[in-house]
Design a protein around this ligand. Structure first.
Ligand code: FES
Ligand code: FES
Length: 171
């Protein structure tokens, strides 16, 4: 639906909440998340698809939000870093990042965490190489990557433990 000033109304599921936003067709998803919806945990670095800092999950897949027009996201399910922290505290992934000092300035971290989440959902038992490949589109200027990889591998183990306990309890 087109409204005044060439705005197009779109509907998105953002962090499990239905949101309606009026956007210009040229607006990027990253800008709409940050400026229209106040979700500033999505960071913008290069604005040209290189650094990966703006990555969010669109229908479960990592997507550089600076390379996607918001109108193209119509009807999609979007997950941003704001949804990654459970009410009871840090997620296993976040706790592992903290434990392994996998962040310094934190600029790349929201995108790293979301990309790792998507990986672990698809592949709960990744090798170090698979973690490195999954994160290869995310640039970190601070950590040298090893601590991030260590954190993701430890979180994978934690998620596997939780899932096998849940399965045992369900038997
Ligand atoms: S800000 Fe989107 S990839 Fe760098
Ligand atoms: S922690 Fe600074 S860019 Fe990754």
């Amino acid at each position: 639906m087109t409204t005044q000033q060439n705005l197009t109304r779109i509907q998105l599921s953002i962090n499990d909440e239905q949101r309606t936003v009026d956007v210009e067709p040229r607006w990027l998803l990253s800008d709409v998340l940050r400026h229209e919806l106040g979700l500033t945990g999505t960071h913008v670095g290069c604005e040209q698809g290189v650094c990966g800092a703006c990555t969010v999950l669109v229908n479960g897949q990592p997507q550089r939000s600076c390379l996607m027009f918001a109108v193209s996201a119509q009807g999609s399910e979007i997950r941003t870093i704001e949804a990654a922290t459970p009410v009871e505290g840090l997620s296993p992934l976040q706790a592992a990042f903290e434990k392994h000092h996998a962040l310094q300035c934190g600029f790349c971290t929201p995108a790293m965490v979301l990309t790792a989440e998507a990986l672990l959902k698809m592949n709960p038992n990744p090798t170090e190489q698979e973690v490195r490949v999954a994160l290869s589109g995310n640039i970190c200027r601070c950590t040298g990557y090893q601590f991030i990889v260590d954190a993701v591998l430890e979180a994978a183990e934690a998620y596997r433990r939780v899932s096998s306990t849940t399965q045992r309890e369900g038997q």
